[in-house]
Design a protein. Structure first.
Length: 133
């Protein structure tokens, strides 16, 4: 049974996750296992619904492993939405809904994201600097 303090923390967490999906700058800071990658995947998918080109969005991570994980999560989410495989977990359903919206927007603008995942600009700090030079 949860006490009042735990419920307050869950409410604050839920509100912060909703704010992270708004179109404004946002910093995500949380310990390992808190769901940062899922939240950032959701944010990236949400941003895909607002741009004319996927290259307008840049995600920056610290490690190559994190960049690869982000790209994989985004692509897996888009593929699941394309195949209409709705997950049962609530947080994954948010990702699924955002993926469907991103795919619809991408199709309207003929991005062909599933065929061209390199259009997703997900960098480490070093690889972004190299890309810019």
């Amino acid at each position: 049974m949860m006490n009042h303090l735990e419920i307050d923390h869950l409410t604050v967490d839920e509100q912060n996750r909703e704010r992270a999906l708004e179109i404004a700058s946002f910093i995500v800071e949380a310990p390992a296992g808190a769901g940062k990658t899922e939240l950032l995947t959701q944010r990236y998918l949400r941003l895909l619904t607002t741009v004319k080109s996927p290259e307008e969005i840049i995600a920056i991570t610290f490690t190559n492993k994190a960049a690869a994980e982000m790209r994989l999560r985004i692509m897996d989410s888009l593929i699941m939405a394309e195949n209409q495989k709705k997950p049962t977990a609530m947080h994954k359903q948010i990702t699924y809904d955002l993926s469907q919206k991103a795919l619809a927007h991408a199709e309207k603008l003929d991005w062909q994201l599933l065929e061209n995942p390199a259009r997703l600009r997900i960098f480490t700090i070093d690889s972004l600097c190299a890309y810019l030079t």
